[in-house]
Design a protein around this ligand. Structure first.
Ligand SMILES: [Zn+2]
Length: 390
């Protein structure tokens, strides 16, 4: 070990270690009375504590549980202003509609880059305190060439998982046709250097399936991978389009026909459910049980945004998924970690097995079940990101 650097860290006396090892017999690949060895940024060893190899530094977990860091594959953190008044009105009967996005667009355009990045930094730190170690961040509150590009440049300061969502809503003063031309033309060119993904809000009041197809196709030609918001408020063609195009993920999936469920199962496209949205909009929850029983791969994410769901908490989403959507605690934790990684096409995070990044959460609890069993309680005792406490 050289010059003050710690080459390896042993975390031992872990009461329950969730590995998400896909080769395990149980979904979470749980090891009891476990230990984990971190070398540099990566997991070097996992197993029973009694078998652990020596390391340069030791951390005693005191019998508590360790799980992989949450992978939040869907958020909209680049914005200014808030919509607390809209939320309060909604709770007393005003229905949610996609058009509220325009309120945030005006505030975001008026904000400086520094204001936007300061706000994202605060929310990313808030997520970290709740166990999220990888986050995807979308644009979509700029809706001009300049404001979409700078929103993505701000997002890129915090994550590699940046998503161009110019097609969030048609802004005032333009037609849908004109706007799709812009989104697939000059705006795409400006967004491309800062984005890994492209997304469309495919919903009544936003973009239809033909427009979504055109936008995703243009994005693919520009080298951006596709993902989609679909079937949130009504039945529609979005989920089947995502499956047909072989997208990594299609998000919301609340209103699904049997054909939609079959298409998801056959394509392997991840269905990302966002129960914080239904909680915050008083909409019906998606039926996770139906999807899981059909063999669809299900992820959970926050959809953190100022309008339909202003929570950054994946523990809350896990609790809601268990209480309201028919998921077991194990399925919900798996969906917020391993499946979240798959929804971002990431093989380096989402599991604690040798070779993966040492992104992990020490819970103030003996088991992952407590994430659903103790809703609203801050159970994250510590987080390691890339092998470092953070
Ligand atoms: Zn969203």
């Amino acid at each position: 070990m050289g010059e003050g650097t710690v080459a390896s860290t042993l975390i031992t006396h872990i009461g329950e270690l969730v590995t998400n090892d896909p080769r395990a017999d149980d979904l979470l690949g749980v090891i009891e009375q476990a230990a984990i060895v971190i070398e540099g940024a990566h997991v070097a060893w996992v197993g029973r504590a009694t078998d652990a190899p020596p390391a340069d530094e030791m951390v005693d977990a005191g019998g508590r549980a360790v799980i992989p860091g949450f992978v939040d594959s869907h958020s909209h953190l680049v914005f200014a202003g808030d919509r607390a008044a809209e939320f309060a009105a909604r709770m007393t009967g005003t229905p949610y509609a996609a058009g509220g996005i325009r309120t945030t667009v005006a505030a975001t355009r008026a904000a400086t880059d520094e204001q936007l990045s300061g706000h994202v930094a605060r929310l990313v730190a808030e997520m970290r305190r709740q166990g999220t170690t990888t986050v995807e961040i979308k644009s979509g509150y700029g809706l001009t060439v300049h404001d979409e590009a700078r929103s993505l440049a701000v997002a890129r300061l915090f994550t590699e998982e940046t998503t161009y969502l110019g097609a969030h809503v048609v802004p005032d003063g333009t037609t849908a046709e004109e706007y799709v031309e812009l989104v697939t033309g000059p705006m795409l060119e400006a967004a491309r250097p800062h984005a890994r993904w492209i997304d469309v809000f495919c919903e009544r009041g936003a973009f239809d399936a033909d427009q979504a197809r055109a936008i995703l196709t243009a994005g693919a030609e520009a080298g951006l991978r596709g993902r989609l918001h679909a079937n949130q408020l009504t039945y529609g063609e979005g989920v089947r389009l995502a499956a047909e195009l072989g997208l990594a993920a299609v998000d919301h999936c609340t209103y699904l026909s049997d054909a939609d469920v079959d298409a998801l199962r056959d394509s392997g496209t991840i269905a990302t459910l966002l129960p914080g949205v239904e909680f915050s909009t008083k909409q019906p929850y998606p039926d996770a049980r139906r999807l899981l029983d059909a063999g669809v791969r299900v992820a959970l994410a926050s959809d953190c945004n100022p309008g339909s769901c202003f929570t950054s908490s994946l523990p809350l989403c896990i609790a809601l998924a268990v209480r309201e959507m028919g998921m077991t605690p194990a399925e919900a934790v798996h969906a917020a970690t391993y499946r979240g990684a798959q929804a971002l096409d990431r093989a380096d995070v989402g599991a604690l097995v040798p070779g993966r990044r040492a992104d992990l959460v020490l819970l103030d609890a003996p088991s992952h079940v407590h994430l659903a069993y103790r809703p609203g309680v801050p159970l994250v005792a510590a987080t390691w990101v890339g092998g470092h406490p953070g």
